[in-house]
Ligand binder design. Structure first.
Ligand code: 5GP
Length: 119
């Protein structure tokens, strides 16, 4: 069944994506516009617009997203040197696609968390 965002259509297999992991709860696929040598998005299969929309009933799902990110990072060879995870939320967070997603970035030193912060 197709959903309202492009990510829901990726979960449904309606549009192509480079999927690196999928189960009944989450899907992980490569970002179409990578910001690092490895840039993978981990999303819930169920449509949740933003991190501001989650509740207690989502605790297990959110935990599964993090465990999936950790496992995918290890599979991508990122675990030893490290990586970054980011969840952008709504306007001030710079969120563009309103289907919750966790960015997994790595493969090179990523520098400061927020460029220019603290200067
Ligand atoms: P946001 O800014 O919402 O946190 O991040 C959205 C991300 O989704 C961006 O990094 C963007 O490159 C990625 N993206 C947008 N459309 C597509 C798509 O159709 N396929 C894939 N694989 N990534 C996408």
């Amino acid at each position: 069944m197709s959903g309202s965002t492009i990510f829901a259509r990726i979960v449904a297999g309606e549009i192509p994506a480079d999927i690196v992991y999928q189960d009944e709860r989450v899907t992980a696929f490569r970002d179409i516009s990578p910001q690092a040598p490895v840039h993978i998005l981990v999303i819930p299969n169920r449509e949740i617009p933003t991190l501001a929309d989650v509740g207690e009933e989502d605790e297990a799902l959110l935990g599964h997203m993090l465990v999936t990110a950790s496992r995918v990072a290890a599979e991508q060879g990122l675990a030893e040197e490290g990586y970054r995870t980011i969840i952008n939320c709504r306007d001030h967070g710079g969120q563009e696609v309103y289907h919750l997603h966790l960015h997994l970035l790595g493969g090179k030193p990523l520098g400061r968390m927020l460029p220019g912060a603290g200067e």
